[in-house]
Design a protein around this ligand. Structure first.
Ligand code: CTP
Length: 403
């Protein structure tokens, strides 16, 4: 696809966008307006894209073969990010006095624009007219979002969408509607807390809501995977198109996970209780004169580590979660090695973040290639967005391999 980088402060985010698009296996060819080059250099964009960045309409190197026509047609999609008010105005009017506008005028491919500008410019009647015109012409938009602006003390609608959001929207436009890249892949997912009985009416539990694991199951099923979701007790509807297994304790969960193997991919999002009561009562424990009953705990099986260490039917990709309240990356990287998984999704669950039970998540994806680990830090996203991003990463890593 072709990425047109317009001249706004958000241009620096477009460098990250190139990486995000490449993560999804999308080849990116960059074009920069003259104003964009005030913010980022063609050299950086070209290096990230692995292809020279195009800047000039009258470029001797590419124009001998009508380069702007080739750039406009020899692509599946054009993304304009940041789309400035000026660039949108020119396009709405059909101007073609530089390479970016000439490409936009000459193309017959879908165009996705990610506007970015000062909130007053976005709210201006002229911009509104241009956006409405472009929408009528079939141009798609993502954002802008609301939030803080580059200018001090300014906030409002005008922030460019995050690179991950733009990459997901571009990917969706590139993919035929029915493309289901995980068709034929079996994915096993654990979610939710576990309940460890003290007696028939009492249990030990934790604050996990199951939302993240359920969102991953829904996203993987949408991508065509054959999903088995094994969840502890949660207050959520079963995701559509997923084989659902409800369990209570860690030991039930392990038994169901083992029964569901083999799988191509296993994702352990459950917040499994580390301990259970050594001698859970068969009857309700009564208050007695002898005082408070002692609760001796013993360790539960580690489901993730058990599966990651299986020899013959270990899933090709084993993904764990690391819920930490301190030294997030260091602890999560140690956990990755200790448990023998391939990727770990690390999140900070200290109470101030509101992650446990909340709707948003700040995650860092740690991946292992042999002895090397790589950390990719994602911006704050909803749990659905985290799920989509994780599934996209799975697709770009193993989704294209034959089943
Ligand atoms: N996990 C598991 N079985 C357990 C404990 C954890 O499958 N008995 C999985 C979780 O689903 C998660 C990962 O292991 O994918 C890490 O869970 P976490 O609670 O962060 O780690 P713990 O092993 O409990 O380590 P600690 O509590 O010491 O941080």
């Amino acid at each position: 696809m072709t990425l047109i980088i317009g001249g706004g402060i958000a241009a620096y985010k477009s460098l990250d966008l190139i990486r995000r698009l490449k993560d999804r296996g999308i080849h990116v060819r960059c074009v920069m307006t003259r104003a964009a080059q005030q913010f980022v250099t063609p050299l950086t964009a070209g290096a990230l894209a692995d292809e020279r960045c195009y800047t000039d309409l009258f470029d001797a190197q590419s124009e001998f073969d009508a380069g702007h026509i080739r750039l406009a047609r020899d692509t599946d999609l054009i993304v304009v990010a940041p789309a400035t008010a000026d660039l949108m105005a020119k396009m709405a009017q059909g101007h073609a006095d530089d390479l970016a506008t000439a490409i936009l005028l000459a193309t017959n491919r879908p165009v996705l624009m990610a506007p970015a500008m000062n909130p007053l410019m976005w709210a201006n009647a002229a911009t509104k007219r241009n956006v409405a015109q472009l929408a009528r012409d079939g141009i798609r938009f993502i954002g802008p979002n609301s939030g803080e602006m580059a200018e001090a003390n300014e906030a409002g609608i005008g922030r460019m969408s995050e690179p991950l959001e733009i990459a997901a929207a571009a990917d969706a436009l590139l993919r035929p509607p029915q493309a289901r890249p995980l068709t034929g892949k079996k994915i096993l997912i654990t979610a939710g807390p576990t309940h460890e009985p003290i007696d028939p009416v009492r249990y030990i539990a934790n604050r996990s809501s199951g939302k993240q694991g359920f969102a991953i199951a829904a996203s993987a099923a949408e991508a065509g995977a054959d999903v088995t979701l094994i969840s502890g007790p949660v207050d959520l509807d079963d995701p559509p198109g997923v084989q659902m297994i409800h369990v209570e304790s860690a030991r039930d969960m392990l038994a169901q996970v083992e029964a569901a193997l083999p799988a191509d991919i296993a994702i352990f999002a459950a917040a499994v209780a580390d301990w259970r009561v050594a001698h859970a009562g068969d009857q309700k424990i009564k208050k007695t004169a002898t005082g408070i009953p002692p609760l001796a705990l013993i360790e539960n099986p580690d489901i993730l580590a058990t599966v990651a260490k299986r020899r013959h039917d270990r899933p090709k990709l084993v993904i764990g979660f690391a819920a930490e309240t301190e030294n997030l990356i260091v602890n999560a990287t140690l956990k990755l090695a200790r448990k023998g998984c391939d990727w770990i999704v690390a999140n900070d669950v200290s109470p101030a973040t509101g992650v446990m039970g909340g709707d948003r998540n700040t995650v860092h994806l740690i991946t292992r290639m042999g002895k090397q680990t790589h950390v990719d830090s994602w911006p704050v996203m909803t749990k659905e967005e985290v799920a989509d991003a994780l599934v996209a990463k799975i697709v770009s890593t193993i989704g294209q391999q034959p089943a």
